[in-house]
Design a protein around this ligand. Structure first.
Ligand code: NA7
Length: 530
């Protein structure tokens, strides 16, 4: 097969893949998307567990590439639910006629770079083969479920679910004893809903989470109209912030203000709800003493909310505030006041095994009809490394990243020509509002490929030296924060055996964007082209 089937092959049809297809068409390239799911939507296709919703506000968590789309789409809630976001992405696929270039139900199993012909040879699990000059991995940061290996799980006679692979037909929990394993964002969203549906709910907690009330509700039509009156201005303002979101950041440091003023700031943000709580003071993720003030505030709220003091104490987190991703909830802590909910501390007595009918910890047996794993994801690298990717000289990405992912700008990896990662490790990705940062990557990649095609460049590869410098910079910036101080999925610490490297870029979206723009303006400095 001398000619590639398409110019660009995109893996994944979530926010990133759909956006990439649209933008690449815009620069005149033939692109095709391969998507494992039976529908578009990526994260929002798979994570359809009860209570699933975004914790970034709807008006912010949406595409900005089309002014018409921004005006037409009406969000109904302050934080959009999973079904609403999925409807939005389906609408985008239809409105921009994307579906004709998307192959659903097609899982990519391997991608090998053919050096003789400067193209990627892609294989699917169904045994199909395709060739493309460029490969864009839009495989998501949180798309490879993390499933703990529990002895005996295969013998469990009840139902087993993972929040990230939720069935399309909603399971019936009425009258059943349900066990949720995990207390991260997915658990915190689903537990209040499951508690209402199930006869009995056991929550198996290893690490308590910091969570703030989301204060979700119908989106005020006046607020929506106001934003739409100057959507471009709203985007420009938000894109200039650290996290590319309309979070209002306080410039003051926590310990430079009086205890009363600190309390007022925290109270104000707690009442308003949502993740901007973590921007109450500029140094919360930089200084341990500042951090401790926010941590203590949340613990006090938990003690106020949860009636049983022993349960409240177990739910109170003691690790660094926000160094595992902060959660936003609707009635999470209140749920533990229900008579049908029991908190099980699996930190002091770990889960030992599963039997035909129960989860057995070191000190008790819990008879269950259903187990819900809310145990998160092999984040940021899991979906990429699940594909057998071979670069130049047959080097496997798995080997190149043996000590942790190494990229240039989170966009490209030395030794893997003509391959781009959207929201790859080393880019702001999960520390920012995903949709604008995805769009920044998609725009940069489309312009880059367009430029290379028009300059007849057949091969583009990150320089090893430029990559080393970027990796060192990403690590340095992370060490200036408290992020590396706890065993989060940002670090890969949630997956046994995974190398522990702080993966996202913590220098902020504006600094990152400026760097990407500078690299492009200098004729793609740090890349070798031939
Ligand atoms: P997270 O945030 O990774 O949470 C997973 C939870 O599962 C967390 O509480 C883990 O405890 C727990 N876990 C994982 N493995 C085990 C085992 N083996 N035993 C007991 N408990 C376990 O995933 P989510 O899906 O909630 O959220 C991911 C992101 O999606 C979120 O941050 C938002 O960005 C959206 P641990 O803390 O590791 O002790």
């Amino acid at each position: 097969m001398p000619n590639p089937d398409v110019d660009v092959l995109i893996v994944g049809a979530g926010f990133a893949g759909l956006g990439a297809l649209h933008r690449l068409r815009g620069v005149g390239l033939r692109a095709r998307v391969l998507e494992a799911g039976q529908g578009v939507g990526g994260t929002w296709y798979w994570n359809r567990y009860p209570g699933a919703r975004c914790d970034v506000e709807s008006l912010d968590y949406s595409y900005q590439f089309s002014a018409e789309l921004q005006q037409e789409w009406e969000w109904t809630e302050r934080y959009a639910s999973q079904p609403e976001i999925l409807r939005y992405l389906e609408h985008v696929a239809d409105r921009f006629d994307l579906r004709r270039d998307i192959r659903l139900g097609t899982r990519v199993s391997a991608a090998h770079f053919n050096e003789g012909e400067n193209c990627w040879e892609i294989s699917t699990t169904a045994g199909e083969q395709m060739r493309a000059r460029w490969l864009v991995m839009a495989t998501g940061c949180l798309s490879r479920p993390n499933k703990p290996v529990l002895p005996g799980l295969q013998d469990f006679a009840g139902e087993v679910y993972h929040t990230g692979e939720w069935p399309h037909t909603e399971p019936v929990f009425a009258g059943k004893r349900v066990g949720v394993i995990g207390t991260g964002s997915s658990a915190i969203q689903s537990i209040p809903v499951l508690a209402e549906r199930a006869a009995k709910l056991y929550v198996f907690q290893r690490t308590p989470a910091y969570s703030v009330p989301a204060r979700n509700g119908p989106l005020d039509p006046q607020v929506q109209a106001q934003v739409k009156a100057d959507y471009a201005g709203f985007r420009a303002k938000n894109n200039a912030t650290f996290g590319a979101a309309g979070f209002d950041a306080n410039e003051a440091c926590a310990l430079q203000v009086s205890a009363e003023e600190r309390q007022r700031e925290y109270d104000k943000r707690w009442a308003r709800g949502g993740l901007p709580f973590m921007l109450a003071f500029a140094d919360l993720i930089l200084h341990p003493d500042a951090n401790a003030t926010a941590a203590e505030y949340v613990r006090a709220k938990i003690r106020e909310t949860v009636k049983d003091p022993a349960v409240a104490e177990l739910l109170a987190p003691y690790h660094t505030f926000a160094c595992k991703r902060l959660c936003a909830d609707t009635g999470y802590f209140e749920t533990f006041n229900r008579p049908n909910v029991t908190l099980v501390d699996v930190r002091s007595h770990a889960i030992e095994r599963v039997t035909r009918t129960a989860v057995v910890t070191e000190n008790a047996t819990y008879e269950l009809d259903c187990i819900v794993f809310a145990t998160g994801f092999d984040a940021m690298t899991g979906a990429l490394l699940a594909i057998d990717i071979h670069g130049r000289e047959g080097v496997r990405l798995k080997d190149a990243w043996q000590e942790g992912p190494k990229t240039y700008l989170g966009l490209a990896t030395a030794g893997f020509p003509n391959l781009f990662t959207i929201s790859g490790p080393g880019s702001p990705s999960v520390l920012s509002n995903m949709v604008p940062t995805i769009e920044q990557h998609v725009g940069w990649i489309a312009e880059c490929i367009g430029y290379m095609e028009s300059h007849h460049v057949r091969m583009l590869e990150a320089e090893a030296g430029a990559q080393e410098e970027w990796v060192a910079h990403v690590n340095f910036v992370a060490t200036q924060t408290l992020y590396p101080s706890c065993n989060s999925w940002y670090l890969g610490a949630n997956v046994p055996g995974k190398p522990q490297v702080f993966m996202p870029y913590s220098g902020g979206f504006p600094a990152y964007t400026a760097k990407c723009n500078e690299v492009a303006a200098r004729g793609y400095a740090g890349f070798i082209h031939s």
